[in-house]
Design a protein around this ligand. Sequence first.
Ligand SMILES: Nc1ncnc2c1ncn2[C@@H]1O[C@H](COP(=O)(O)OP(=O)(O)OP(=O)(O)O)[C@@H](O)[C@H]1O
Length: 625
Amino acid sequence: MDKQTLSFQAEVKQILHLVTHSLYSNKEIFLRELVSNASDACDKLRFEALDNAALFEDQPNLEIRVWFDAEKKTITIRDNGIGMTAEEAVAHLGTIAKSGTREFMAKLEGDQKKDANLIGQFGVGFYSGFIVAERMTVETRRAGAEASQGVRWSSEGTGDFEVETIERAQRGTDVILHLREGEEEFLSAWKLKSIISKYSDHISLPVLMPKQKWDEEKKEQVTTDEWEPVNKAAALWTRPKSEVTDAQYQEFYKQISYDQEAPLAYTHNRVEGRTEYTQLLYVPAKAPFDLWNRDKRGGVKLYVKRVFIMDDAEALMPVYLRFVKGVIDSADLPLNVSRELLQESRDVKAIREGSTKKVLGMLEDVAENQKDKYAEFWKQFGAVLKEGIGEDFQNQERLAKLLRFASTTADEGVSLPDYVARMKEGQESIYYITADSLAAAKNSPQLEIFRKKGIEVLLLTDRVDEWMLSHLYEFDGKPLQSVAKGGVDLGKLQDEEEKKAAEATAEALKPLIDRLKGSLQDRAKDVRVTTRLVDSPACIVVDEGDMSGHLARMLKQAGQNAPASKPILEINAEHALIKRLDSAEGSERFDDLAHIVFDQAVLAEGGHLEDPAAYVRRVNSLLTA
Ligand SMILES: Nc1ncnc2c1ncn2[C@@H]1O[C@H](COP(=O)(O)OP(=O)(O)OP(=O)(O)O)[C@@H](O)[C@H]1O
């Protein structure tokens, strides 16, 4: 191919702009990114060579070399990995933004564009070279290709790049950084070594640099022809726990997650027995921008006997733990395992179960010993963890203990064990209400009797709550009961006298109730007297088996059909408005008043009126009467 000049794809240009303008405060990461790419390229070669050993050519030892040239002001990162064809170089280094780039760029707005943390979370990879380089040249040849199929790619990291075919005997890739004015500090063996050992110690391949020697005559360090490894070259997770420092665990996390913040917790174990594997798993402190995407594959990398197999091996973690990052290295799986095989493997099932238990254990530990941290975790990931209640029956009880809610006692952080410990004598159920917002839940008329009697009610406002509750019937032997469904049965909490009085009132109001049923026959399934209200005239409840108003609204918003079931109107016999209604019986106003009472109950519950204009007309006619 003759020399061609091509344009970067729009998203790539944006990334390049961000890289050179925003990541300046942490320049040295360029070396981490490029060494990591070199290591990935070697992993890929090792993997492809499983089926085709000829790809190793005459160089079976995979390695990365880093050196600099003080005169030319260049730094070179060389790997003898998989290399790239011309098409691959064009696609990977310029015209096809990595999956997620577009979505990511769309998410960044205004000032956020300067936020290095967000950019870090995404990982800028190859382009980070332009933080320190005014030009990057890549010389590469795909393993197995002819020497005449070498490629030179070169760019100043602005609008476009050049590619041409070159002769290249050496397999793999050289990335050559032509440093910008002012970046000379990186032309130092000591500096480069210290960056490599800081960021790349765990890389499983040797990273070599030319050996330095003290020259007595020149009185300075000079570079020799000998190469020496500058990293430990043992994958972090293969090292015994006692030899890995907290700082190294944290650094490894940054590399695999692109999260600049320290993880919330991590766990590192070697599991022996029928299935043997090593796991190093992290729970992040902050949710990634695409947490809600359930199709997003998990963040766990799979290795088999230290050979990298695949990123994002989703079969290794349940979907509701998709925020977990880390590495699992199995001793049992075949090296040529595919995603499909993973789904069916019994070993994978054992690994997934073991890893799930470990993650839950980590979370329990944080919840128990670092309550503030757990509260923050809950804000970030709580709603995702709730998915587990319906998806992981085996661990449902453990998960239920990890849940946190708002309640009528506290705005956040209430656990089910907390609730149970505070239950009133004679209270048999765990009461809850679902609503669109905390304010709507708190002010719901259905809570009035519970407030009056000092009974705590959980206030659930997450979108997944309704779904979760359809899988969680009880906790600690106590049923979970909605205060907006069915009749209120406070069981032993209600004394006999109260019950008798309620029955007597119901009897006395029978004619009124019958009349109301007539007026509202198209809107209410039933009308009855209730003891659940204190200050409000009426409220809407649904039958035990029916869908709650909150869930029906959510379904409608999502464009789905909610089964049409009419609610039940409950009235407060003690309320002035109901008394007024009673005395209006027989008058022509009765119908208007009945509808107003019903509409107000719908509004108080957070519902929408089907005919708001009719409501306004009725209220106005009363106001002007
Ligand atoms: N040294 C290399 N050898 C072979 N291919 C490379 C090398 N460096 C980069 N590439 C190719 O270029 C692509 C883009 O690299 P880049 O670092 O931008 O992203 P990435 O490595 O895919 O993602 P990330 O950095 O987020 O892990 C890589 O996926 C790989 O295909």
